[in-house]
Design a protein around this ligand. Structure first.
Ligand code: ADP
Ligand code: DP6
Ligand code: CO
Length: 332
């Protein structure tokens, strides 16, 4: 049996906690070029495959923790107080409890997402990374970045990659306690690499990533091919990044995303995160590519597309996709 999450966190904490009055932290969201899809251990959020992402700069989550002035745990998301027994607050407070472990330390949590929440734009990644960083500051833990990354993973797998900027690989690890399963920042940078968010729908998805990947694992025979696809893609992405081969990067990311979606569609009940507008946007990308534009896309568990292109093509891409929000993770 695997070690419990709480034991794991407590084993790295001092016996006595010294909370500040308040503390605040920001973490970027991240978009995977090689996706994490499937867990080998659901308690510790340990993945079946390595994944590789790029962090989204200023897009993400800012979280402030305050020693509770009214003796109660309370949670606000984007300025709106959340029902303390609702899913959002319950999941967030359960994560804080891994650190408090029964000590009486009521808290007010103010968290702001500048990306849509639970819409396939990786709010769980920036959300749990910012919360982990804020806990580290609030409780004055001064933990190593890789330990913080492994802890953030306990909140949401993809969060372990949001502890770092730029390209980040999440290595699956081999240890039972998962402490070697964390994000590792790549040294390579790619000035001019651009990511465009095509927001098809920003409402909360019907099936969250967690339930979606579990369903795929349990019901899709096609899933058997996924670890092989991911391993091959990871190698190609490393090569693309090392040699600044944009076509290889884009093609690999797009094929990886569509392969993941194929496993979702092959699940039962079927899992299709796409809307008609998602398909229309994909077809627009393919059409523009045929006309010579170096434009690719990736998609997570949601209807929205993330376009991949280089700075020199920005004007052409913005002309084709009205209202595109563009991020340059390494600067223009
Ligand atoms: P997404 O594609 O946005 O990552 P998920 O289904 O993976 O969607 O995760 C959504 C969940 O992430 C929310 O239901 C909530 O539990 C958590 N989450 C989102 N934003 C935050 C935040 N700022 N702080 C803590 N948890 C968050
Ligand atoms: C499709 O990290 O949101 O975005 O670990 O259950 O919280 P949990 O899932 P989550 O899954 C992300 C899935 C993905 C691919 C990716 O980001 O790698
Ligand atoms: Co998520």
């Amino acid at each position: 049996m695997s070690i419990s999450r709480q034991q794991l966190v407590q084993s790295r904490l001092p016996a006595q906690l010294s909370p500040l009055d308040e503390a605040e932290a920001f973490a970027p969201s991240n978009i995977a070029l090689c996706k994490y899809w499937g867990k080998r251990d659901a308690e510790l959020n340990l993945p079946i495959n390595n994944s590789l992402s790029v962090s989204l700069g200023h897009l993400g989550t800012r979280t402030r923790l305050q020693r509770s002035p009214d003796g109660r745990d309370r949670v606000w998301l984007n300025g709106i107080e959340q029902d303390s027994s609702g899913d959002f607050a319950a999941k967030l407070l359960a994560f804080i409890e891994l650190f408090r472990a029964g000590r009486v330390l009521p808290v007010h949590v103010h968290t702001e997402n500048n990306i849509p929440t639970a819409a396939g734009l990786a709010s769980s990644a920036s959300g749990f990374a910012a919360l982990t960083l804020a806990l580290d500051k609030w409780l004055q833990l001064a933990l190593e970045p890789t330990v913080l990354s492994a802890f953030a993973r306990l909140g949401s797998g993809s969060a372990c990659r949001s502890l770092f900027d730029g390209f980040v690989e999440w290595q699956d690890g081999i240890h039972d306690d998962g402490m070697d399963s964390h994000g590792v920042p790549l040294e390579a940078r790619w000035p001019g690499l651009q990511i465009g968010l095509v927001k098809v729908a920003t409402g909360e998805k019907a099936v969250g990533s967690r339930a979606g990947m579990q369903r795929t694992l349990e019901t899709a025979h096609l899933y058997q091919s996924w670890p092989l696809q991911a391993a091959a893609d990871l190698e190609k992405l490393h090569r693309a990044i090392e040699t600044r081969d944009f076509a290889l990067l884009g093609q690999t990311a797009e094929q990886n995303a569509l392969s993941m979606h194929a496993t979702m569609i092959a699940s039962w009940p079927p899992l299709l995160y796409w809307q008609p507008e998602s398909v229309a946007a994909m077809q627009r990308v393919w059409q523009l590519r045929e006309q010579g534009l170096a434009l690719y896309f990736t998609m997570d568990a949601g209807p929205n597309l993330k376009l991949l292109f280089e700075a020199r093509d920005r004007a052409a891409v913005e002309q084709a996709f009205a209202g595109l929000e563009v991020v340059a993770p390494f600067g223009d």
